[in-house]
Design a protein around this ligand. Structure first.
Ligand code: GDP
Length: 195
């Protein structure tokens, strides 16, 4: 699949302002600074579609991008930024819950984790949450250029074990910097949309 057109159609925390629930959606989740904006820019072939954050953790909205006039990519707010207050993290949780529970068109949430580190407690919580909603199964290991290729397998194993992934689930190493691995993800997205 090639993304030829990507258009930001809504930026909101308010379910009343979500775009109509009439297109399939694939969402992206991950802790702040994991490389989500960079990945979305790479996937959509745009330099500044999603803002690459200067101050991590600032974005507290759900951003909806309409892709090729046929489905949406949804950028969920990053989690795990140490400096946010309790009320901010609670409102984050409510925002996620409302989106996951009400969205009929939501097919999958792709979780991002840093390829270099064992997934954090919050990554595990997020993934458990996705399992609960049946939205789990694809994990992107970001910043793949930071390790050598022969370390991929070991990292994948740690990610799989820590998140408790099933054998058929996918871990896809991607470097937004080197522009590698994203075709594989686009293939997986295409499969999800066709199924
Ligand atoms: P977000 O907060 O998850 O949206 O993360 P960003 O896309 O803003 O990236 C956070 C930081 O990681 C930025 O300094 C990026 O330049 C850097 N980064 C993102 N992707 C990669 C990658 O594939 N390789 C490397 N080396 N750095 C990356």
């Amino acid at each position: 699949m090639e993304i030829k057109k990507a258009e930001l159609v809504a930026v909101t925390a308010d379910p009343k302002q979500y775009p109509p629930d009439e297109l399939y959606e694939i969402a992206f989740a991950g802790r702040s600074n994991v490389g989500k904006s960079s990945l979305l820019n790479l996937l959509t072939n745009r330099k500044k579609l999603a803002r690459v954050s200067q101050s991590p953790g600032k974005t507290r909205t759900i951003n909806f991008y309409e892709i090729n006039d046929s489905f949406r990519i949804v950028d969920l707010p990053g989690y795990g930024y140490a400096k946010v207050s309790k009320s901010v993290s609670e409102s984050w949780g409510k925002m996620m819950e409302r989106y996951f529970e009400t969205r009929q068109g939501l097919l999958k949430v792709i979780q991002l984790v840093d390829i270099r580190h064992e997934p954090s407690k919050q990554d595990v919580q997020m993934y458990d949450y996705l399992k609960h909603y049946g939205l789990d199964g694809i994990v992107v290991a970001t910043k793949a250029d930071k390790i050598s290729r022969n370390q991929y397998q070991k990292s994948e194993k740690v990610i799989r074990q820590t998140l408790g992934m099933k054998p058929e689930d996918k871990v896809i190493p991607i470097s937004s910097l080197k522009k590698t691995g994203h075709e594989k993800l686009l293939e997986e997205i295409e499969k999800i949309l066709i199924d």
